[in-house]
Design a protein around this ligand. Structure first.
Ligand code: PLP
Length: 402
């Protein structure tokens, strides 16, 4: 017998991936330059030059037995120390350097954040527990949570700001909730949770944990942590709540999605920090996720405080925001990431996105993001292409919606 649990997932494939595949096929027919593909969150700016240099230096100078040998399960100690130092310095934290204290490197071979989130979920939930997240949310949270046996519940969006809808949150935060999964800067809304939002979130979690007499963990998915515009910064989520597990990926801010590298860090003030970290090592064993590549760990450890140049994303954000508002779309200006999240001009966003495809505009309907009626544009593409897409968007709006 084959596993029904996974067979069912065949009917729930990623809409983003399906649209991206459609765009690639269309590009083979009419040329990539003529397809305005806003589907996939694949960074379009290169990693900083220092990353390439770090790789070259390592290959040239490092002992090949270290470079290509097995990493310890929880990551190379010197790399973890470098990560802890970087986080402590940038966010005024006090992560310890040792594997059995707090921070720990993960993954390989599967979605980075998925690996961290899947580990975190397995460490702090048991089957039947509830995990809350906030709409709009990254659709992959469903498989991450579903496969642990916990149940994902989605708090409806606050569409005015895409900060947290606290009224709905408090209502849904019942005694079965073991963990809350947040993502800021947010995919797909581009919202950056403010210090005020995070303070309130921590206050609610603390109060409810006390009321129910058990811990409620905060799992913070932060692959876009550094991609914030207008000179602003994302407040460090873990700073606000002790029982926080931060899941970080180098995919977006360093433009390294193909390298599948990132880490998980438990706030040292969490009473179970060391235990959770070490349990994650055992979870890795159990799901065959052991030993992240040594070369990539060592290479990223040399560029922890650097990022790609995000000026292209900021420029694209400005161009799109201006055009969309001018066309009459209801849209909150994104403060970070490389996504914008307008309301569709008709209730059925999927139908709208289908019509957009006739103009070779590839837009993603937000039903699977828990926010029907909206759509996402991933503007991690060349500015020149964004500029050429704007008259097409205007033409479509005029022709279809008058
Ligand atoms: N979480 C969010 C919110 C994302 O947008 C993504 C990727 O787009 C991921 C997790 C997965 O990141 P990675 O590919 O680095 O594992």
């Amino acid at each position: 017998m084959i596993a029904e649990q996974y067979r069912k997932m065949l009917d729930a494939k990623s809409v983003i991936r399906q649209l991206s595949e459609k765009a690639t096929k269309r590009a083979q027919i009419i040329g990539a330059e003529n397809v305005f593909d806003y589907s996939l969150g694949n960074p379009s700016v290169p990693a900083p030059a220092e990353f390439k240099q770090a790789l070259l230096d390592l290959i040239e100078k490092e002992d090949p037995m270290t470079l290509h040998g097995y990493s310890p399960t929880l990551g190379i100690p010197s790399v973890k120390t470098a990560i802890a130092e970087s986080l402590n310095c940038r966010f005024d934290m006090n992560y310890g350097p040792e594997p059995d204290t707090i921070s720990y490197l993960l993954k390989q071979g599967a979605t980075i954040a998925e690996a961290a989130i899947a580990h975190a979920l397995r460490a702090v939930t048991v089957p039947g527990d509830e995990v809350l997240t906030f709409a709009p949310f990254f659709p992959e949270y469903h498989p991450y949570v579903d496969l642990t046996g916990a149940v994902l519940k989605v708090v409806p969006a606050d569409t005015k700001s895409f900060q947290i809808n606290f009224e709905a949150f408090e209502e849904m935060l019942g005694p079965r909730v073991a963990a809350v999964l947040v993502n800021t800067p947010n995919n797909p809304s581009g919202a950056v949770y403010s210090a005020e939002t995070l303070t309130k979130l921590a206050e609610v979690l603390t109060r409810k944990a006390e009321q129910y007499g058990h811990d409620i963990f905060l799992i913070s998915d932060e692959p876009y942590r550094e991609i914030v515009f207008d000179g602003k910064q994302q407040p460090y989520v873990s700073k606000f709540y002790a029982n926080t597990i931060s899941c970080y990926s180098f995919s977006k801010a360093l433009s390294l999605p193909g390298e599948r590298i990132g880490y998980l860090a438990v706030n040292p003030a969490c009473p179970y920090a060391a235990e959770i970290v070490n349990m994650c090592g055992q979870i890795s064993r159990g799901i065959g996720h052991n030993c992240p590549t040594s070369l990539m760990q060592l290479a990223v450890s040399k560029v922890l405080d650097l990022t790609s140049d995000f000026s292209v994303y900021e420029k694209n954000r400005n161009l799109l925001y201006e055009c969309l508002t001018d066309c009459g779309f209801e849209v909150v200006k994104p403060e970070g990431t490389f996504y914008i999240f307008p309301k569709a001009p008709e209730a059925d966003a999927a139908a709208f996105c289908q019509k957009a495809l006739q103009y070779d505009l590839v837009l993603v309907p937000a039903d699977s993001f828990g926010c029907p009626g909206y759509f996402r544009m991933a503007y991690c593409i060349d500015t020149e292409k964004v500029e050429r897409s704007l008259p097409v968007l205007r033409k479509m709006m005029k022709e279809i919606y008058g």
